[in-house]
Design a binder for this molecule. Sequence first.
Ligand code: PRP
Ligand code: URA
Length: 223
Amino acid sequence: MELSINKTKKLIVCTHPLISNNLAILRNKNTPSENFRRAVQKIAHVLFYKATKNLPVSTTSIETPLMTLQAEIIAPDAEIIIAPILRAGLIFSDAALEILPQARIHHIGLYRDEETLKPVPYYNNLPASFKSPERTFIYLLDPMLATGGSAIAAVKMFTEMNIPQENITFVSLISSPEGIKRLTTKYDSINIVTASVDSGLNEIGYILPGLGDAGDRAFNTNY
Ligand code: PRP
Ligand code: URA
């Protein structure tokens, strides 16, 4: 299928030999969960550095040992929200918190009904509203963007709370062209940061070549 994903201005595909190497570890069906999680951490750090390049900055005066400097820092009034989509999104949380220790974490409980492929919400701990939606920056974490149903449901929760699409970044390990297309057709200004755009989906909505079920691989529940 020909999909014009290159026209998606806000898609960043992080390519690097170390990312490729760790993706190969993740894709290998013989990789044990412990090594799977370790490879995710390594990729996640790079993804978050890319994802957070939209954070606003301000300057503050600091003294180096030699002189005064107007140093650039993350704007203190920026509200940073990390939102892992349960359960697989949890594998990104530690890396995200290491990079953004000042962030608030809001978990989003969604699972994909494997018959209908539709997202089923079961939990979220979002506040009733955000004080300053224009200054709130959301990083949605989910290793797999497959049909895009879960991503769309999660983004909707934040746009309904008046968060501008431009302030929302979806961070994934592997994305399908179909998922990117569907998500960006619905929300044409959101940002996507991913380590790979794979070939497509199989008949049961799994990404090919993909890595299988991310939650099961990470949490060792593929019996
Ligand atoms: C996986 C994955 C995404 C979703 C992607 O979660 O982590 O949330 O599927 O599929 P979609 O783009 O077609 O919606 P899953 O429903 O397997 O839940 P889990 O993380 O609890 O294993
Ligand atoms: N969810 C996964 O965990 N893997 C896929 O390939 C698709 C959805």
